[in-house]
Design a protein around this ligand. Structure first.
Ligand SMILES: Nc1ncnc2c1ncn2[C@@H]1O[C@H](COP(=O)(O)OP(=O)(O)OP(=O)(O)O)[C@@H](O)[C@H]1O
Length: 310
């Protein structure tokens, strides 16, 4: 339905987005995951026609949107990273303002505002000044503003950054509900992999302006299917035991943190046995040895050598 074709944006020396190809099908929740500065916001600003690419194309229903962005804009809702509300107005006055921008007539707007306040859970706060709202309530109202004109595609740029856990969980549930009950297509950017894992059908992982992996959650985790991770727990670790692990040529990675040691080995090894044997030989007491399923964070670490929240 919506496609980025070799999308590139540079600012002087910075290649903010560097040859991104991605597609979004109707009814999907797509996650755009990457650390700060990866190019997520710039990508969605180009996809939502807010900024012009340096090169490449944005296609909606197979038609280029660079010359006629209006065709796409009426179907889009954008929740920007920065809160865009008037704090001296009430929640209701804010939505009225946005409704006028969308050129909605009064009757239509009044009806839609009721629905929107309900979706974002602010029915009882309509007449309160936004300056008295918590960060989470402002975010929810911001989402409400983007929903007024009933868009079919919604771009949400890190909508849960810096808010309380209750509002965060409310927003995540709202995203699911908009998708399931209203059939909305959603593009969700985040650097919280657990959010993307919870919400999204397909994921694009970005780093330094490029897509470095894409696919369903299962497909992405499969990237690591050639490895297995063991978490070894003990009251304290003996130097000899950790050294034995580090010296083992079949071990790909060892890291020690507090009372846990993480060991990555090829999948086909029966390494559980080896760990027990090494512990025995070095008089190391163990509390537990667990095999860990890979998370998206592990995949990211594997692909880029750095953590998502660096
Ligand atoms: N208007 C601009 N002028 C100059 N450089 C920019 C501009 N916008 C973005 N950049 C740079 O482009 C790169 C990508 O930025 P972008 O905001 O798209 O990343 P992001 O993945 O959304 O990060 P964040 O999670 O911090 O929002 C960064 O290095 C940023 O500094």
């Amino acid at each position: 339905m919506l496609e980025a074709v070799d999308l590139t944006k540079h600012y002087k020396q910075t290649r903010a987005v560097d040859g991104v190809n991605l597609f979004i099908e109707k009814g999907e929740i797509i996650g755009l995951l990457g650390p700060n500065g990866a190019g997520k916001s710039t990508t969605i600003s180009m996809l939502s026609t807010l900024i012009q690419p340096s090169s490449g194309d944005v296609r909606y229903l197979n038609e280029s949107m660079l010359k006629h962005p209006q065709k796409l804009r009426e179907h889009l809702g954008v929740v920007p990273q920065e809160i865009a509300l008037y704090s001296d107005l009430t929640a209701r006055e804010n939505l009225e303002f946005f409704g006028k921008l969308y050129k909605m007539n009064k009757r239509e707007l009044t009806k839609r505002m009721e629905e929107v306040f309900q979706i974002v859970g602010l029915e009882n706060k309509q007449r309160e000044l936004v300056k008295h709202f918590s960060g989470g309530m402002k975010r929810r109202l911001n989402i409400g503003a983007a929903l007024l004109h009933q868009p079919s595609i919604m771009f949400m740029d890190e909508p849960t950054v810096g808010i309380d856990p209750q509002s965060r969980s409310y927003i995540l549930d709202t995203v699911k509900q908009l998708n399931r009950e209203h059939g909305m297509t959603i593009v969700y950017t985040s650097h919280y992999m657990e959010e993307v894992e919870y919400l999204c059908d397909r994921i694009y992982i970005m780093d330094q302006g490029k897509i470095i992996a894409s696919g369903t959650k299962a497909e992405i985790k499969n990237i690591l299917s050639s490895e297995q991770t063991f978490i070894i727990e003990a009251q304290s670790f003996k130097k000899e035991f950790v050294e034995r692990l580090m010296e083992d040529v079949s071990v790909r990675q060892v890291s020690e943190s507090g009372n846990k040691v993480t060991v990555i080995v090829p999948k086909d090894l029966n390494y559980f046995q080896t760990i027990i044997q090494m512990a025995d030989e070095t008089n190391q007491d163990l509390k537990a040895v667990e095999v860990q399923k890979p998370t998206l964070e592990d995949v990211f670490l594997h692909l880029t050598g750095k953590a998502l929240r660096d």
